[in-house]
Design a protein around this ligand. Structure first.
Ligand SMILES: [Zn+2]
Length: 184
């Protein structure tokens, strides 16, 4: 299931698409490991097992299971319904207990940055424009293996604070943020 929201840049759209493909691959791998056939009742049961116990699984598997479930309360993709849906809020929060394993040749903690930025980007309405801009602009960078220092992250946030919410929705790079923030 894909998000219908247009992403702020081609780079972000490609990055999200790449991660969603990884989710699909992670799910297919789990099915193969468990000897479960796609579309079977066993797969339906497995999805529920995974989202009930996210700490037992890698985050891509957990997010893949959420993507494949419908919220019984609001009818959205599970964890992606309106902020008022308590069931979606519960599963959105619970997903962060999933395992984050750093890829090789990246700074420790990079995987956490990737999964959080991805969740915020796809969480849409759950976060305000400024928060979303910060995470969405950083997502392609952290997927490429970077990890901003605390000081760099604070500097980026300070610049974003000088933008209006409308500008936060529009910006496509941190360079653009710096230009808009200049002199304010
Ligand atoms: Zn819901």
């Amino acid at each position: 299931m894909t998000d219908v929201r247009p992403w702020r840049s081609v780079l972000l759209a490609e990055t999200i698409g790449g991660l969603e493909a990884e989710l699909g691959a992670a799910w297919a791998r789990l099915l193969a490991e468990m000897g479960v056939e796609a579309g079977s009742p066993e797969e339906a049961a497995l999805k529920l097992l995974v989202v009930e116990d996210p700490a037992e699984h890698e985050w891509r598997v957990v997010d893949a299971a959420l993507d494949r479930l419908e919220c019984v309360e609001c009818g959205s993709v599970l964890a992606r319904g309106p902020v008022t849906c308590r069931r979606c809020a519960f599963h959105h929060d619970a997903r962060f207990a999933a395992r984050e394993v750093d890829r090789v040749d990246v700074p420790p903690g990079n995987e956490h940055a990737v999964r959080v930025a991805f969740a915020v980007a796809r969480g849409g309405r759950r976060y305000n424009a400024r928060v979303r801009a910060g995470f969405e602009l950083s997502l392609p960078l952290v997927v490429a293996g970077e990890l901003p220092t605390t000081r760099q992250a604070q500097a980026a946030r300070a610049l974003l604070d000088r933008l209006t919410p409308e500008e936060c929705e529009r910006v496509t790079t941190f360079g653009e943020v710096a230009v808009l923030a200049r002199g304010r």
